[in-house]
Write a protein that binds this ligand. Structure first.
Ligand SMILES: [Zn+2]
Length: 280
């Protein structure tokens, strides 16, 4: 394992990917504190489109990824590639003080990224986001596809999103695709913007769930077309080295396997499958 981790070309590509393709900002908070994950480095997907199939803590170097490195409960270094709607990132400053809302968003991702423990400097910092504790420790079985065309077997992993909307699409991707398919079957046409929304809210589709359905459809179409561009990586891609690095049969590292007890694995495991036979 150590031999693989110390593979120089992997590290070289990874650092080049981050330096060339990631933006960097130091964020600070004066009023409330950051949490610290037992994963130490927290990573979160910034957009679901390339994240249906990857290893979240091994997505460092991918597009649409946020890397959070703790310095203290007051400072974090963030490297990111992809959409970030936090106000802090819209400024050109290198050190930015976060609003409470932005801090809350980052802390949620840090908490979800943790397997067993997440610590905070002050009890209040932790209490502020404990309502999310219930959905932060599950693992998911996913199909992993690398841009060299190979598929891995199902693997237990954690998928961490910064935006709740992405989490929703990830969890309900198959449902959205099949609902679109069903609509087409019933009406012999595609859903139009002025139809009633498929979620049953009574609102027009265009004023309700159109974004998530369209995004979900895009994921499906790209998977079906075997289009690897949606999960393309920065110019110095680390995806391929990661594959050879972990190996197809080896799956999770022994460390990751030990993190969850068998009981937890059984109770918290969810299966997420991509069904290639669906044709919306
Ligand atoms: Zn809706």
């Amino acid at each position: 394992m150590l031999d693989r981790i110390s593979n120089y070309s992997y590290l070289d590509k990874l650092s080049k990917a981050i330096i060339n393709d990631y933006k960097m900002v130091i964020v600070k908070t004066n009023k409330k504190g950051f949490l610290l994950s037992d994963q130490y480095i927290s990573t979160a997907s910034l957009d679901c489109k390339g994240k249906i199939a990857n290893y979240s803590n091994r997505t460092i170097g991918f597009v649409n990824c946020l890397i959070m490195l703790p310095i203290s409960s007051k400072y974090y270094v963030l490297f990111y590639n992809g959409r970030l709607t936090l106000n802090a990132f819209l400024s050109e400053k290198r050190i930015v003080e976060l609003s409470n809302e932005d801090l809350f968003l980052l802390n949620k991702a840090i908490l979800r990224n943790s397997y067993k423990k997440c610590i905070a400097m002050h009890e209040q910092d932790f209490n502020d986001i404990t309502s999310f504790k219930s959905d932060c420790d599950g693992t998911t079985g996913v199909l992993v596809r690398y841009n060299n065309g190979l598929f891995s077997e199902y693997a237990l992993k954690k998928e961490v999103f910064l935006y709740d909307a992405d989490l929703d699409i990830f969890n309900k991707h198959l449902q959205y695709v099949s609902e679109l398919q069903q609509f087409k079957k019933n009406h012999l046409r595609d859903i139009s913007r002025n139809d009633l929304c498929l979620c049953g809210s009574g609102k027009k589709y265009k004023k309700c769930c159109i974004d998530k359905y369209q995004k979900s459809l895009l994921i499906y179409q790209r998977l079906k077309l075997n289009d690897s561009s949606w999960m393309c990586t920065p110019s110095e891609c680390v995806e391929f080295p990661i594959h050879s690095f972990w190996g197809q049969k080896e799956g999770l590292s022994p460390i990751s396997k030990d993190i969850l007890t068998t009981e937890e694995k059984n109770s918290k495991k969810q299966t997420y499958e991509v069904n290639y036979s669906i044709s919306p």
